[in-house]
Design a protein around this ligand. Structure first.
Ligand code: NAD
Length: 433
């Protein structure tokens, strides 16, 4: 099939590459010409395990092409919209990229077409897109379906190729059949496609992310109870998660959730509730608990470091919002850095792959030094703070901690063993441990 993917970010590029891999002819369009030029030379604009090889292979076979011109898409009639829908700043999603796509498609669509919206968009958006095309091009030309994406950065390729669900909200039989055919290679062992109404599909995406965010905030709330009571969040997690009705995933206390999706999707759901004149309950508390979590950890660090912070140097390990990604959007590590930077002499920062993106995001902060090696970052430091649970941080070489001014470790992801640290002479602080 001939397919056009609109937007070559995490969702678009992975979707395009994986659909080319299953034999489709895929054109990926992006308005960012620099990005398109890099992609044409086989360079991937972000870190995503396994993606480069698939892009290279399909570029070489010419099943995957990149363009920045909407004129190049007039031969296709299947479109997947994968542009960003960031927070506008007031909690509501900014749909300006989506509107730009709609305008561009309206001028370039050639005959009957099917649009699948992968971007996360608020309730009613797909019907709005449908009305737009019905008004501009006449009814029966464009059919719009909601097809929210559930891949996770860091494992996006395998998530796309082995999805736990494919959600399709459509009222058009032909669109449903088309999607069934496109996704058939990913449904081989078992059909994971769930057909539902457009609104249900739109809400399923927000409900999923908000539920996961709620699990995190719940555990962070329990961690604070642990800190005040002598209970240990690791033990509580194991006891809690062994109940199959609860399940054992996503029950980790820490610095809270970040990234380009959870914060904005939680905000958007609250915004939608308000638009329906519904009083936000659990979701609003989820956000509040998350917002206070970084500050709570910052205050803990401050209280241990004492008042005389002049000349203090703190090492930070982990800058990306999660391991296996160089994405620093809404990273809680960067939030913690913004709180710490004005208080101390300097911060030594290290991340296995996110240094570059973090440097761009923190360009206004002056007392930061970036390191390419984790132990170089702790030399002379008064404390080490772990912000992202990269696998390479799990095994701490305690001898190398001698490089530090103080063997003081704040573990914002609870990955180190507190009693082991104590035995090794490390002053250790986790969250709820
Ligand atoms: P991204 O910011 O990484 O990429 C979006 C791309 O769209 C950019 O390259 C941008 O230049 C391009 N773009 C913007 N306007 C355009 C236009 N008019 N025409 C063509 N291209 C245009 O975004 P992302 O992280 O891939 O997310 C895309 C959508 O998918 C969002 O709605 C997001 O919430 C959702 N989503 C993201 C993830 C994730 O893990 N990143 C997972 C599931 C769903």
């Amino acid at each position: 099939m001939d397919i056009t993917i609109i937007g070559t970010g995490y969702v678009g590029l992975v979707t395009g590459a994986c659909l080319a891999e299953t034999g489709n002819n895929v054109t990926c369009i992006d308005v960012d010409s620099d990005r398109v030029n890099k992609l044409l030379s086989g360079s991937i604009p972000f870190y995503e395990p396994g993606l480069e090889a698939i892009v290279e292979r399909n570029l070489a076979s010419k099943r995957l092409v990149f363009t920045d011109s909407y004129e190049d898409i007039s031969q296709t009639n299947i479109f997947f919209i994968c542009v960003g829908t960031p927070d506008k700043g007031d909690g509501s999603p900014d749909l300006k990229n989506l509107h730009a796509v709609m305008d561009s498609l309206a001028s370039n669509i050639n005959g009957k077409s099917f649009i699948f919206t992968k971007s996360t968009v608020p309730l009613g958006t797909n019907k709005m897109i449908q009305s737009f095309f019905d008004d501009r091009l006449g009814k029966g030309i464009v059919y719009v379906s909601s097809n929210p994406e559930f891949l996770k950065e860091g494992s996006a390729v395998s998530d796309f190729q082995k999805p736990d669900r494919i959600i399709l909200g459509s009222s058009n039989e032909e669109a449903r059949k088309l999607a069934t055919d496109i996704y058939a290679p990913f449904n081989w062992s078992k059909n994971r496609t769930m057909h539902m109404s457009i609104e249900s599909a739109e809400l399923t995406k927000y409900a999923s992310n908000s539920f996961l965010a709620t699990k995190i905030s719940f555990m962070n709330e329990m961690a604070l109870v642990c800190e005040n009571s002598g209970a240990n969040i690791h033990e509580v997690r194991l006891g809690l998660g062994s109940d199959p009705r609860i399940g054992d995933s996503f029950l980790y206390a820490g610095l809270g959730y970040g990234g380009s999706c959870f914060p904005k999707d939680v905000n958007a759901l609250i915004d939608m509730q308000k638009a329906f004149n519904l009083e936000p309950g659990i979701i609003e508390r989820t956000k509040q608990v998350n917002d206070r979590q970084v500050r709570f950890f910052f205050e803990k660090i401050m209280s241990i470091l004492g008042t005389n912070l002049e000349g203090k140097r703190i090492a930070i390990w982990g800058l990306s919002f999660k391991p296996n990604s160089d994405d620093v959007r809404e990273s809680v590590a960067l939030k913690l850095i913004s709180l710490l930077a004005p208080e101390v002499n300097s911060l030594n920062l290290y991340d296995p792959i996110a240094n570059l993106h973090a440097k761009e995001s923190l360009s206004d902060t002056s007392n930061l030094k970036f390191y390419d090696e984790k132990y170089a970052a702790i030399e002379g430091a008064d404390a080490l703070v772990i912000c992202t649970e990269w696998k390479e941080f799990w095994d701490l070489d305690v001898l190398k901690l001698d490089l530090m001014h103080n063997k003081l470790v704040f573990d914002g992801r609870n990955i180190l063993d507190k009693s082991k640290m104590k035995d090794l002479g490390v002053e250790y602080y986790g969250i709820g441990t």
